[in-house]
Design a protein around this ligand. Sequence first.
Ligand SMILES: [Cu+2]
Length: 382
Amino acid sequence: MLTRRAALMGAAGIAALPVLARAAKAEEIMDTSMAAPADLSSLKRIKRKLVRPPMVHDHEQEAPGEPRIVEFEMQIVEKEIEVDDGVYLQAMTFNGSVPGPMMVVHEGDYVELTLYNSPENMLQHNIDFHSATGALGGGSLTLVNPGEKTTLRFKATRPGTFVYHCAPGGPMIPWHVVSGMSGCIMVLPRGGLTDHKGDPVRYDRVFYIGENDFYIPKDENGEYKRFEDVGESYPDTLEVMNGLVPSHVVFNGKVGSLTGDNALHAAQGEKVLFVHSQANRDTRPHLIGGHGDLVWERGKFNNAPERDLETWFIAGGSAGAALYEFLQPGVYAYVNHNLIEAVNLGATAHVVVEGDWNNDLMEQVQAPVEYDAAYEGRTALP
Ligand SMILES: [Cu+2]
């Protein structure tokens, strides 16, 4: 008898769903059935409920004891999202958000993720954790059809911020990633973060910013196209993708998702950790009016952080972290400092900081006024 799984994976199913055809390459499933079982029965378990970015689930900065098994659940949801006013993407998401939720564990903990591929979806999906070791980051052990679930456990052996993303094989890989299927995990050192001297540092808040490049096709009139479902969107989207020129570069799934009424908030004197991921393309975060006090540019906490950076670099396929203590009140723009991408394509966030202005750090000595050009200003010229 042909099971649902066999139908979807095999020739019959593929003929019915042409979009899946090349994903079948991901069927190079790792056979781990002969491996000796790991005895983790003495470890404590804890469940973490994932939350929508830019927020991050409750967690301790210093590990409270021995390594634990940290359980997470995520549902894969294919759905249309609005990436700008009147511009739509047939998105693929981890847990319904773009980016997927940020997970936090400590070095030496075990991450145990149950992944559900909703029966309403059309496509196979999986998850590749850059923080994991072996089996394509878990990708070859987690390939699930619509209506299937799977559970993967891996040991978080390296501290840092790491991307995870869908990677179901062949050209499905870039398509799923630029359709929204990426997120981030932060593996904290057991004792928490440390500065350039090795002294402990804590953050008061953490914000997770996931940057995405989208490739939305246009019709013959130059209007962005809208599609019935994810399968219908594939051929036109592939053509735009292969041109390597994104139509949108956004934070957290949409132009304006972190500006105006959606701005991030902090108080003067607070230390904010910004975790920034980009699963597909390089980027260069910059906090206008502020700095990176301590920046783990490559996101790996075994390396001493850089200090006082103006702009930092996130290599495509990685996540970095920057800690900043807000010293002045006001609105800060956190941008991708390719300013075309920030301003014209969407990659801007705002941080609204409450507090008292410090004139020692900055003062408007003369507010703008007209001046007499016959007498003033010439002294400035060489
Ligand atoms: Cu996928």
